[in-house]
Design a protein around this ligand. Structure first.
Ligand code: THU
Length: 144
């Protein structure tokens, strides 16, 4: 990322390396039904990298998106916040996460998490505008 971004407090991210990790894990996707393998890699705020690939099922609707696997690894290996994410399809080019997975990224990365998109690096606030998130639950009714 450019020095400008670093100056504004954004994390320094090696996007080429992160996309390479996403491409590597995309190669291990289990996608015999759609034949649409997806890989995703994310940098956590403590510096570790978590990855995921899609895992389909004969019951088509049960398919797990790549982002589900990545978020599971995130939580299972100690949690933290996602600061940068690269998602790719078969061609290795940036792939926009589906709506459900944007919600997953919002939960674990928030508005400032950066995503490598076909239009360049964008914050989640641009990818999921006016998102519903944990803050909305602060107005939940108290327990009866
Ligand atoms: N898929 C993902 O893994 N992530 C996304 O964000 C979009 C879709 C997968 C699900 C399914 O296995 C295949 O791509 C085709 O929809």
């Amino acid at each position: 990322m450019a020095a400008d971004a670093a100056a504004q407090g954004a994390p320094e991210v090696d996007w080429d390396a992160l996309r390479a990790r996403a491409i590597e894990v995309m190669g291990r996707a289990y996608a015999p039904y759609s034949r649409f393998p997806v890989g995703v890699a994310g940098v956590v705020d403590d510096g570790r990298v978590v990855v995921g690939c899609n895992v389909e099922n004969a019951a088509y609707g049960v398919a797990l998106c790549a982002e589900c696997g990545m978020v599971s690894e995130l939580v299972a290996t100690g949690g933290g916040r996602l600061v940068a994410v690269s998602c790719v399809g078969r061609d290795g080019e940036p792939l926009m996460p589906c709506g459900r997975c944007r919600q997953l990224l919002w939960e674990h990365g928030g508005a400032d998490c950066l995503l490598l998109t076909p239009e360049g690096v964008l914050p989640m606030s641009a990818v999921l505008p006016q998102a519903f998130g944990p803050d909305n639950l602060s107005i939940a009714a108290p327990p009866a």
